[in-house]
Design a protein around this ligand. Structure first.
Ligand SMILES: Cc1cc2nc3c(=O)[nH]c(=O)nc-3n(C[C@H](O)[C@H](O)[C@H](O)COP(=O)(O)OP(=O)(O)OC[C@H]3O[C@@H](n4cnc5c(N)ncnc54)[C@H](O)[C@@H]3O)c2cc1C
Length: 432
């Protein structure tokens, strides 16, 4: 009798900085060799590395940086399935996936489905935390997904055009949150505005960018000296910085602060902290923390033997620190690499799970063409402040590491070269 052998089913939910790297590695290591079925589920068709989203929003990065999940799956030996997970049945070891609807017509394309797993990895990332502040959900834009970043970019262009034609409106942009996302977005928007003015949309020279931050200083991940240098640079660019300023409400026209001031803002972006998605509150009773992240042990295992979590949606202890591992791309990359080893062991029948230890290589913030600043951490040298060319190269290296993990060295080199040629021919600013 020809009895088909059932392979170990690894299901990874979320193909972001962490999930796509993990699926690619496991596809090559296990999927291609027929040792396990590796399935990646994502709510969208394509992947863009999330730290690039502020460039998408400003229009300085276009679709060419997107990775098609289906093509990546074909090349790397895993299966890709399109859909949004919305439920978990731990007893029967299956996840449920909501029906997929056509974006244009709303017609059901794929009906509700379940997927069986032996090993489940949750890697769905995070969403903006609005702290239930009145009007934020309704009136602010978020940079949580590629679709939102493209939406913002379109609204930006339309607002620029309206400003230019009417010559009446002074365009105001309010960014809430002076972490890396808010600061990088402000610098990119400033650069885009100048370039558009150069192209002839000169009315937009009147743009006013305001960053509002509840803490007394910007960029909490960077040392004081670098934060101050960045602050000076932003002020020199004419960006209005409101520190120690708490937002209490956002209306259609303005951002209201704790002292009653109304800061006018036609475009409003919320970049003031993250949380894991709210549907985690009811995820088969798995343990979560106060921002919905799945609590994991040092080996990235949740309170269920067969379920792991990596990236922003995981609350992983950071030994020696009074905090969890921060929600950063470098942590997502490292966790994917560590968990890959544990899953290979599991599939091969070994019990051994590898412990994850976060290695903080420092933080870098890019102010577009103006500068890049940050600190690098090394075992021997401690924390070293960097700026200028070196900082720019290291900043780019983080993305290159992600590209290498999914494309390999050769294709990453080719992509880098083709982008260099492209950029030397014309400046990338998306105007539609
Ligand atoms: C604008 C911006 C700039 C940033 N800059 C930096 C930086 O300079 N340096 C740094 O270290 N970090 C930076 N970060 C943080 C960094 O991007 C995240 O820490 C990292 O992307 C987390 O990776 P992840 O895999 O956990 O989640 P993500 O990369 O967000 O991927 C999550 C994936 O899950 C999918 N998904 C979500 N819900 C579902 C569902 N229900 N079903 C199926 N799929 C789902 C999404 O479509 C997505 O593909 C930045 C973030 C932003 C937003």
């Amino acid at each position: 009798m020809n009895k088909e052998i059932r392979r170990h089913q690894v299901v990874i939910v979320g193909g972001g900085a962490a999930g796509l790297e993990l699926a690619t590695y496991l596809g090559k290591k296990l999927g291609r060799k027929g040792l396990a079925d590796i399935t990646l589920l994502d709510a969208t068709h394509t992947h863009i590395w999330k730290p690039l989203l502020h460039e998408v929003a400003a229009g300085t990065l276009d679709e060419t940086e997107q990775v098609e999940y289906l093509a990546q799956a074909y090349r790397s030996g895993f299966l890709f399935r399109l859909g949004k997970m919305d439920g978990l049945d731990r007893e029967n070891k299956q996840i449920s996936v909501a029906p997929t609807l056509s974006e244009k017509t709303g017609e059901e394309l794929i009906p509700r489905r379940d997927f069986q797993y032996d090993t489940l990895v949750m890697a769905v990332g995070s969403v903006s935390n609005t702290f239930n502040i009145k009007g934020v959900d309704k009136n602010c834009r978020f940079l949580d997904s590629v679709a939102e970043a493209f939406d913002f970019q379109q609204q930006l262009v339309e607002t620029y055009i309206k400003s230019h034609v009417s010559r009446k409106t002074k365009l105001s942009i309010g960014i809430v949150g002076a972490g890396a996302t808010g600061v990088e977005l402000a610098a990119q928007l400033h650069e885009v505005t100048n370039t558009l003015a150069m192209y002839g949309l000169d009315a937009v020279k009147d743009v006013q960018i305001t960053i509002i931050e509840a803490a007394p200083r910007l960029l909490p991940a960077l040392p004081d000296r670098l934060a101050m240098a960045t602050q000076r640079q932003l002020i020199n660019l004419g960006i209005d910085l409101r520190l120690d300023c708490r937002v209490v409400e956002v209306t259609k026209e303005a951002i209201k602060t704790h002292d009653g001031e109304l800061i006018p803002a036609e475009l409003k972006v919320w970049a003031a902290g993250i949380k894991a998605p709210d549907w985690f509150k009811d995820l088969g009773g798995l343990e979560i923390n106060n921002i919905n992240q799945l609590v994991v042990q040092q080996n990235l295992k949740t309170s269920d033997e067969n379920i792991f979590a990596i990236g922003d949606c995981a609350a992983c202890p950071w030994p020696g620190h009074d905090a969890n591992v921060p929600p950063r791309a470098q942590a997502a990359h490292q966790q994917a690499t560590t968990l890959a080893k544990s899953i290979v062991n599991r599939v091969k029948g070994k019990e051994e799970l590898v412990n994850y230890v976060y290695r903080d290589y420092g933080s870098l913030v890019s102010l577009g063409k103006y500068s890049t600043v940050g600190n690098l951490m090394g075992n021997l040298m401690g924390s070293v402040s960097v700026g200028g060319f070196i900082a720019r190269v290291v900043y780019l290296a983080l993305y290159k590491m992600h590209q290498i993990a999914i494309h390999g060295y050769y294709r990453t080199a080719m992509l880098t070269l083709s982008n260099l040629f492209r950029d030397s021919v014309y400046k990338r600013i998306k105007l539609h």
